[in-house]
Design a protein around this ligand. Structure first.
Ligand SMILES: O=C(O)COP(=O)(O)O
Ligand SMILES: [Mg+2]
Length: 225
């Protein structure tokens, strides 16, 4: 059997099914993975932390597309990026009478510490224009527009985790589905896009699975199980 690599895995679109629910068949795969697992997501910290917690795996997390990094073994929490600038973009966007689009409670932004997300049903052009004014970019993950600092991404997040754990990023297998996985694909030694991935992720991946969503993830890791 091939040597199992450490694993970086995205959540939305990769561990989920078409309805955005996590496919429970991924649970034993993540629990039993013999090497370190890093959950790397555009979502805010509570989501990947809860996933790790309830799975019973080490909490090694890259959240907010690299803006927040947590490594359990070294008790290290890092923040990167310009949160003030992302909040200023959100404010200016609202002043143009656009909405963030997640309702008044806004569970998508409530616990966010370094970036801002806007619902996909809101206009992209003014958001991109405002982001550029603040030196920021907008990432479309297929689930939300992320106003984010271009110097921070899942690749820099993986490097930060690896620095803490004395691991080589090039030893990692990375599995994902969208443009916010691009830099992690470049940093990891092997990268796999699931079949539902966007064009950016597919172009950068070493291989693209035949299967979509979590079936694609299971296909991606099959050689190592
Ligand atoms: O929720 C998003 O917008 C993206 O999340 P993901 O990075 O886990 O796919
Ligand atoms: Mg994704």
């Amino acid at each position: 059997m091939t040597q199992t690599p450490p694993l970086l895995v995205d959540i939305d679109g990769t561990l989920t099914d078409e309805s955005r629910a996590i496919d429970p068949r991924v649970f034993p795969v993540l629990r039993e993975w013999p090497e370190p697992v890093v959950i790397a997501t555009g979502k805010a910290m509570p989501f990947p932390i809860a996933l790790c917690e309830f799975l019973g795996i080490q909490r090694n997390v890259v959240a907010e597309n690299g803006g927040v990094v947590f490594v359990e073994a070294t008790d290290e929490l890092q923040f990167e990026g310009d949160h003030e600038a992302t909040l200023a973009v959100a404010e200016a966007y609202r002043e143009l009478s656009h909405e963030i689009g997640f309702g008044s409670v806004d569970l998508a932004n409530r616990w966010r510490e370094t970036e801002v997300v806007v619902s996909l049903d809101q206009p992209l052009e003014p958001l991109e224009r405002l982001a550029a004014e603040y030196g920021l970019v907008v990432l479309d993950t297929g689930f939300a527009y992320h106003v984010t600092d271009p110097s921070v991404d899942k690749g820099t997040g993986l490097e930060a985790v690896c620095a803490e754990l004395s691991l080589d990023p090039a030893a990692f297998l990375a599995v994902g589905d969208s443009e916010n996985d691009a830099e992690a694909f470049e940093v990891a030694g092997e990268s796999v896009a699931v079949a539902n991935a966007d064009a950016t992720a597919k172009a950068l991946a070493d291989r693209v699975t035949d299967a979509r969503y979590a079936d694609g993830f299971l296909e991606a890791v099959a050689p190592y199980r």
